[in-house]
Ligand binder design. Structure first.
Ligand SMILES: Nc1ncnc2c1ncn2[C@@H]1O[C@H](COP(=O)(O)OP(=O)(O)OP(=O)(O)O)[C@@H](O)[C@H]1O
Length: 263
């Protein structure tokens, strides 16, 4: 089976043009096929503030009312997606930017919650991913760049967590590729001490994750990210890791390179 990398890039890197340029340059030297999934929450929040549209986040999840859906779609599927595609083109990586509605790539179901009205938030499943479409693009030598906007097949766009999209896509493709899933963000990996960049946990198993979560050492957005990472492993993804954007290529190429491997 051929190797395929699914790489997720986080918001703190996307917000910083210089960090983003370095990340894309590093990706360009990977020499392995990849699919890039991106977040971008901070830019969406900034634009919403400028437009006086109040934002509400519950446990790191954005409540997506009709106005917020417009903002997230403009920011994720518009500016961020095309900015990344343009930067990849500069490095001769012919990429194509997609939402989950394009090519019916990621159909979703609007989340119904007993107590919280999340608004236009979409839950997704491995079975519904249009992996044939991704396969066609990859076979044509194109690199898909995917944002966190999905659709319900009834004409409604939905907002879906980008870490979950990366995990679900990786799992859906694991039957036809040897998939390596790598989450990239601004730190060197999952840290044992948030103040010490040199405290990267090299290997993280489920029991250690539970312990560190209970102790509060792993918190905020890192909790759902790691849960998504374990889900991918359970669903047949070969290798799952979390590392810094600047070290992406070295991490993928060497098992000994700095970062956290999920196992
Ligand atoms: N033990 C830990 N080690 C490293 N980071 C941690 C840890 N615990 C919590 N974090 C936090 O998790 C954050 C990463 O999660 P987050 O969901 O914000 O990632 P992201 O991929 O950058 O976001 P997005 O998908 O919204 O663009 C880090 O910025 C850090 O503050």
């Amino acid at each position: 089976m051929k190797t395929l990398n699914i790489i997720k890039i986080g918001g703190n890197v996307i917000d910083d043009e210089s960090k983003l340029n370095d990340f894309i340059q590093s990706l360009a030297s990977l020499n392995e096929p990849f699919i890039l999934v991106h977040g971008g929450g901070k830019l969406a929040t900034n634009l919403a503030e400028k437009l006086n549209i109040p934002q509400q986040l519950i446990e790191g999840r954005r409540i997506t009312d009709a106005e917020t859906l417009k903002i997230t779609t403009m920011v994720y599927a518009g500016y961020i997606n095309k900015n990344i595609v343009a930067k990849l083109q500069k490095h001769h990586i012919n990429s194509v930017g997609l939402s989950g509605a394009d090519g019916n790539l990621i159909p979703a179901t609007k989340r119904i919650h007993q107590e919280i009205d999340y608004g236009f938030v979409g839950d997704i499943s491995i079975e519904n991913v249009n992996s044939n479409f991704l396969d066609l693009l990859l076979q044509s030598g194109l690199t898909p760049v995917i944002c966190a906007i999905t659709h319900d097949k009834q004409g409604q766009l939905l907002n879906t967590n980008a870490d979950t999209i990366a995990s679900v896509l990786a799992s859906a493709l694991a039957t036809s590729f040897q998939v390596k899933l790598t989450y990239c963000f601004e730190k060197k990996g999952v840290l044992n001490n948030s103040d010490d960049e040199n405290s990267v946990i090299k290997n993280l198993d489920w029991d250690t994750f539970q312990k560190l979560k209970e102790e509060g050492i792993i918190n905020k957005g890192m909790v759902p990210k790691i849960k998504n990472a374990f889900d991918a492993l359970v669903n047949g993804v070969e290798e799952v890791g979390i590392t810094s954007a600047e070290n992406i290529t070295n991490f993928i190429k060497s098992n000994h390179y700095e970062g956290t491997r999920i196992n």
